[in-house]
Design a protein around this ligand. Structure first.
Ligand SMILES: *[C@@H]1O[C@H](CO)[C@@H](O)[C@H](O)[C@H]1NC(C)=O
Ligand SMILES: *[C@@H]1O[C@H](CO)[C@@H](O)[C@H](O)[C@H]1NC(C)=O
Ligand SMILES: *[C@@H]1O[C@H](CO)[C@@H](O)[C@H](O)[C@H]1NC(C)=O
Ligand SMILES: [Cu+2]
Length: 186
């Protein structure tokens, strides 16, 4: 009895913790470089629930750690996940939203050195995303696509320079979600 109670409690906890993340293309994961930059507790928090908000991830306060850039996940842990994309091409995304929270969302190309958006505007913007008051979420909340810029000005040709960042803020929840897809233009 103890064992089954323990298992069902653990499953329940995993369910209520879940909020949302990107399932494709492959997004940055935590690893040893993140543990070095942000502390082991930050990595543990993400491994405990890969869909949790940034606000649940402790930072060690180091200037090398910015949880609000790619969840603190580091390029050095993700060099094998770099996507090679053509300027002007269409990139499909899928997301999972086990616990939706209404708020704005967007997908942008971000310069990781400065944590600033490139090419002027987000590639995709939702005024209202993941609205838990809807009986069914719009299909484009969990399957959407972005069109990459055609004029790239030589940017994003070095692995680690740029990411495709999915950003979502649940307004009433006060929770921020981010995932970063490493890519190069070629
Ligand atoms: C999304 O969350 C799941 C469940 O915790 C996790 O297995 C997966 O690695 C996460 N993916 C990303 C890209 O964060
Ligand atoms: C994405 O949306 C958030 C919330 O509205 C906003 O703070 C952020 O500036 C947006 N990002 C871009 C690049 O516009
Ligand atoms: C997502 O789909 C909804 C419902 O069809 C539509 O109103 C909204 O404009 C779409 N949003 C984006 C960013 O494509
Ligand atoms: Cu949440």
């Amino acid at each position: 009895m103890y064992t089954s109670t323990f298992i069902s409690t653990a499953l329940f906890a995993a369910t209520v913790l879940a909020h949302g993340n990107i399932t494709s293309p492959p997004a940055r994961q935590p690893g040893p470089a993140m543990a070095q930059a942000c502390g082991a507790a930050s990595v543990s928090a993400i491994l405990a629930d890969g869909t949790g908000p940034l606000e649940n991830i402790p930072s060690n306060g180091s200037p090398n750690c910015n949880i609000f850039l790619c969840k603190g996940a580091q390029f050095a842990d993700n060099a094998a996940l770099v996507q090679t994309l053509s300027p002007g091409s269409v990139v499909p995304f899928t997301a999972e939203l086990p616990i939706p929270h209404e708020g704005p969302a967007n997908v942008s190309i971000v310069d990781t050195a400065t944590n600033s958006i490139l090419f002027g505007v987000p590639l995709l913007e939702f005024d209202s995303y993941a609205d838990e008051n809807l009986a069914v979420l719009p299909a484009n909340n969990t399957a959407f696509e972005v069109t990459l810029p055609t004029a790239t000005g030589g940017r994003c040709e070095t692995p680690g320079e740029c990411v495709l960042q999915w950003f979502w803020f649940g307004t009433n929840a006060g929770q921020t979600y981010e995932n970063c897809v490493d890519f190069v233009f070629a």
